[in-house]
Design a protein. Structure first.
Length: 247
């Protein structure tokens, strides 16, 4: 989200008129000016984004809070058993999957697709705001935006469904490590990504299981349709009609 600002800042001088253009004289005084004077729009954009992140993180009343992604509900144990069997190489046919289970797979597939959506920086800020209530050293208003940005850059490959209440509680409930109260402290980006990875893997594993079984069912339907069309082909030979008697 923010990488384009750096590139635009480096190339800001390219936007100034060339010395051969009529406007070069009017810009002669600004050509050697600091970057902030030549590109005020850049710093205004950065300040606006930082303000938005800080407002989302701190819950400022005048700003609409970012909506958190829907928490992912893992597949039921029966479905996960079928997913595990398929992943282990057990040969499955459509007969092994009942109609009720196939309907449950279709419903789970819809949930999985929503959970696999990429997370946004504002979603991360809203999630971190709730995490800040569970630790003893949350970042202050002056560093909240930079902390959120760093975590987003490291954890942007974690799908939105993994950023739920269960992940926050998993961090807060960690036991102390060598006397250090890990769960009571603010996480580093790498620590948080390590915590979120199992939640992301659950979503991806359920997605792969749903995808494979839905593909199996669609292949079975195609085979059945092909077989039925071959066995019920219309007869091309018509029965001979009787010649009416001549009176």
């Amino acid at each position: 989200m923010l990488q384009s600002f750096a590139a635009q800042s480096e190339n800001a001088g390219a936007c100034l008129p060339n010395a051969s253009t009529p406007a070069a004289t009017s810009h002669a005084g600004t050509r050697n000016a600091p970057c902030a004077a030549r590109t005020p729009w850049l710093h205004q954009s950065e300040n606006a984004e930082n303000t938005l992140l800080q407002a989302s993180f701190s819950g400022t009343p005048h700003t609409s809070p970012a909506l958190l992604p829907t928490r992912y509900t893992p597949a039921a144990p029966a479905l996960r058993a079928v997913f595990a069997a398929r992943a282990a190489g057990v040969p499955l046919t459509v007969r092994d999957v009942s109609p009720d289970m196939m309907e449950a797979i279709r419903q789970q597939w819809g949930i999985v697709q929503h959970a696999l959506q990429p997370v946004t920086e504002l979603h991360v800020a809203a999630w971190l705001k709730k995490l800040s209530q569970l630790v003893t050293n949350p970042p202050g208003a002056e560093t909240a935006a930079s902390q959120c940005r760093a975590i987003f850059e490291v954890c942007s490959d974690i799908p939105s469904g993994a950023w739920g209440r269960d992940a926050r509680l998993a961090w807060a409930r960690q036991p102390p490590r060598n006397g250090y109260p890990t769960g009571a402290r603010w996480p580093s980006p790498n620590e948080l990504r390590t915590l979120l990875l199992p939640f992301a893997e659950t979503i991806r594993r359920d997605a792969e299981g749903c995808r494979a079984l839905l593909r199996l069912h669609s292949q079975s339907d195609a085979t059945l349709q092909s077989t039925t069309s071959q066995t019920t082909a219309p007869q091309t030979q018509a029965a001979p009609q009787a010649t009416p008697p001549i009176h």
